[in-house]
Design a protein around this ligand. Structure first.
Ligand code: CAA
Length: 259
């Protein structure tokens, strides 16, 4: 697929998706969502990519779903648009590779929701987060009513969503919405360092950790623990487990093969 609204770059073990509609502050229209969907498919089937970074071009990460496109939708069309966004973000959440949101600026509405579908969020000190939807007469529609509460807790999520207020990066850090705040010019470098430190580990084990955490958070502790035992056992059928433990015992550098 030819991309007009995003840039997909591959650098060694990393893939970088840049949402690239800076004139509209990277607002997500249907076309952009479909391009993100296609990029996820591409990355998902590319064994050379182990970790993904998502960022935005210009001063915004993503300033939300495209209000111009949504303005005249009827209820059926609105639902369809919401389903499209949710489908793409769920695919991202389920991608068998860690995804880091490098939030460089506005992460509002669908932008905050995009970051929430990623595994880890780091933010520039210039980033701003919020779910402004109720100020536009709608609810969050790309997962915000669900993932925000799972990330920052019910009370904080409800306050953010009901008030539609915007918060700065430092406040996002305080409430646990982001893992760290970085100087703007260092954001991408920091995201890449973080991505590479993940990519240095056994890819199958990392993938299984993601699946176990994401699955476990949705079910009771007994089911979750049983799932953990299952993936823990599966690791012992991998070459990388033998390599990781043999390298430790032999006191040498390990060399994982994603096998
Ligand atoms: N959709 C469409 N266009 C958008 C947009 C959006 N979400 N956000 C910004 N833009 C456009 C503006 O219309 C403007 O276009 P023009 O130059 O053609 O006028 C351009 O981007 C630059 O924006 P501003 O001039 O407004 O820039 P600013 O720096 O003064 O303000 C801002 C920045 C505070 C982020 C402001 O643009 C803003 O409030 N944007 C809307 C944020 C928002 O409400 N997002 C939620 C959308 S609803 C949603 O996301 C639903 C969901 O859950 C799926």
């Amino acid at each position: 697929m030819e991309y007009r609204n995003i840039i997909l770059e591959k650098q060694g073990k990393l893939a970088l998706i840049t949402i690239n509609r800076p004139k509209a502050l990277n607002a997500l229209n249907s076309e952009t969502l479909k391009e993100i969907d296609s990029a996820i498919d591409d990355i998902g089937t590319d064994d050379s990519v182990l970790v993904v970074i998502i960022t935005g071009a210009g001063k915004s990460f993503v300033a939300g779903a495209d209000i111009t496109e949504m303005k005249d939708l009827n209820s059926v069309e609105g639902r369809k648009f919401g389903i499209l966004g949710n489908k793409v973000f769920r695919k991202l959440e389920n991608l068998e590779k860690p995804v880091i949101a490098a939030v460089n600026g506005f992460a509002l509405g669908g932008g905050c929701e995009l970051s929430l579908a990623c595994d880890i969020r780091i933010a520039s000190s210039k980033a701003k987060f919020g779910q402004p939807e109720v100020g536009l007469g709608i609810t969050p529609g790309f997962g915000g009513t669900q993932r925000l509460a799972r990330t920052v807790g019910l009370g904080m999520a409800k306050e953010l969503i009901y008030t539609a207020k915007m918060i700065k990066a430092e406040e996002a850090l305080r409430i646990g919405l982001v893992n760290r705040v970085i100087e703007p010019e260092k954001l991408l470098e920091e995201a890449k360092n973080l991505a590479n430190s993940i990519a240095d580990n056994a890819p199958i084990a990392v993938r299984m950790c993601k699946a176990a955490i994401n699955k476990g958070i949705q079910c009771g502790i007994d089911t979750a623990i049983a799932y953990e035992s299952e993936v823990f056992g599966e690791c012992f059928a991998t070459e990388d487990q033998k390599e990781g433990m043999t390298a430790f015992v032999e006191k040498r550098e390990k060399c994982f093969k994603n096998k």
